[in-house]
Design a protein around this ligand. Structure first.
Ligand code: PLP
Length: 473
């Protein structure tokens, strides 16, 4: 069996699946027990005997595709996961077969060059100065690295922050007196990073927020004074752009100015919302981002790129070059070679050619196309908010700033979860839920480029229907 004929089988099946999903002809999700799926796919048989190719592969695809969550169905309004552009999927295929694990330049010169280009493109969008084309080093320039996800980018940012505050910490460990400043609604990867770094989650000082969960910049001096009173040193301040639960942007300019004055590393978690930098209409949401020390920006959220491709970007590239091990980092990239090794900047050793997946999207849509996508999705959330407000029977906790919209019906948290369960079971829509201000909300994230206000209206009809027959208080 040849690669090409197997590819035709798979490509044909995928093409039909995506077309069916886009037409709403298949459910967004039809969950079955895991054991039944393992059996249906005959995993045990293929693991023992092999032969998963040709007609067997065709049957496998026929059995596998009904088990997926169909992100290409416009009723998908769930998690912050990209509905991939087909070109990006082709990028994933190219990367899968060529498998250039390029943290070392010679193990993937093309992939490393694309990573380098993509990082510089992002740096320019922030307003930072990338290195000269073809170089990655130099004084006074910014830098970055692609990571397998925003969580890893956040961890890497905080490692760089720690090395910047305590250059000896890498070898000697930190003395246990470092503190992090963050709002209570940061992504959970920040707590994980604090745990992994040995900082301890108890050393995260919570910055007061307004009713929407956005940091109140006026409260920063008091939080800092608190840290100092406790005999600790601020390692970094984390701000959201935007928050995971409800998509609210922290006001980066006053936060950035405060951090600059106080010499505190500001890390902006823009995993979801940094893509607004592409749009002249929404760029203002990140006003002041250039004052930050680092920014996390996921391509696999709002830039139509399949999982995973995230970027950690730093204002001063020396901070990432010295994040892990100051001496070894110079040794690693001083080799005489025509390109740059990213190895010393990452937690990972082997990396996939993530930049390729993203670049094939960027190359297909162009930055204008990506900007229009962001604007469309953010605009849809604003329209949907107005519609929900007009209904009169749902409560909406915040005016959306991004493409995330939360609401709840009257009743208990359990009632919201019950409604979600019934919506998912019906199969036409996929929605999520979140806690916000200690209450459970239903949550829509508009990721699909074809989801319309009519889809939202159809969803709300179903919510109304299930709400009327729901017997949970
Ligand atoms: C604000 C924010 N930061 C970080 C992450 C984690 O990113 P990833 O899923 O790429 O690890 C998320 C994911 O939803 C997020 O919303």
């Amino acid at each position: 069996m040849t690669f090409l004929s197997d590819l035709q089988i798979v490509a044909g099946a995928l093409d039909r699946q995506v077309a069916d999903a886009r037409a709403g002809a298949v459910p967004v999700l039809a969950q079955r027990p895991m054991s039944a799926i393992i059996e249906d796919l005959q995993l045990d048989r293929f693991a023992r005997r092999g032969g998963l190719e040709g007609d067997a592969l065709r049957r496998f695809m026929d059995a596998y595709l009904p088990t997926i969550i169909n992100l290409h169905q416009p009723g998908y309004m769930g998690h912050q996961v990209a509905v991939p552009h087909p070109s990006a999927a082709i990028g994933a295929l190219i990367d899968g077969l060529t498998n250039n694990p390029m943290p070392i330049y010679e193990m993937g010169p093309g992939a490393a060059a694309i990573e380098s280009f993509v990082l510089d493109w992002m740096l320019k969008k922030i307003g930072w100065t990338p290195p000269e084309p073809g170089h990655r080093t130099g004084k006074g320039v910014s830098g970055g690295v692609l990571t397998h996800g925003g969580s890893l980018a956040n961890l890497t940012a905080l490692i760089a922050a720690r090395s910047s505050v305590r250059p000896d910490a890498w070898r000697q460990g930190a003395a246990g007196d470092l503190a992090l400043m963050a709002p209570g609604n940061n992504h959970y990867s920040i707590e994980r990073a604090a745990g992994i770094l040995g900082l301890g989650t108890d050393n995260i000082y919570r910055v007061p927020t307004d009713a929407r969960g956005a940091i109140d910049p006026r409260s920063l001096p008091a939080t800092l004074a608190h840290i100092r009173r406790d005999g600790k040193t601020p390692m970094a301040m984390v701000a959201n752009a935007c928050s995971t639960a409800v998509g609210i942007y922290d006001r980066l300019r006053p936060i950035g100015e405060f951090c600059r004055e106080q010499g505190i590393w500001l890390h902006v978690d823009g995993a979801h919302g940094a893509s607004a930098l592409l749009s002249p209409v929404y760029r203002h949401l990140l006003d002041g981002v250039e004052l930050a020390s680092s920014l996390t920006w996921d391509a696999h959220k709002m830039m139509r790129t399949p999982s995973v491709c995230a970027a950690l970007l730093v204002r001063d590239q020396r901070t990432i070059d010295t994040a892990f091990d100051q001496d070894a980092s110079y040794l690693i990239h001083d080799r005489d070679q025509p390109g740059f090794d990213f190895l010393h900047r990452t937690v990972e050793c082997t990396k996939s050619g993530m930049g390729l997946k993203f670049f094939l999207t960027l190359g297909a849509l162009g930055e204008e196309g990506l900007a229009r996508y962001v604007e469309r999705q953010y605009g849809l959330a604003a329209q949907a908010y107005d519609y929900l407000k007009g209904l009169g029977w749902v409560e909406t906790p915040v005016v959306p700033q991004a493409n995330i919209l939360c609401f709840r019906v009257a009743g208990s948290d359990a009632r919201q979860l019950e409604l979600r369960k019934r919506i998912l079971a019906e199969g036409d829509f996929y929605i999520t839920s979140t806690l916000f201000a200690d209450q459970r909300y239903l949550r829509l994230v508009f990721m699909h480029p074809d989801t319309t206000l009519d889809d939202v209206k159809r969803l709300m009809d179903r919510v109304r229907h299930f709400n009327a027959e729901c017997d949970v208080a």
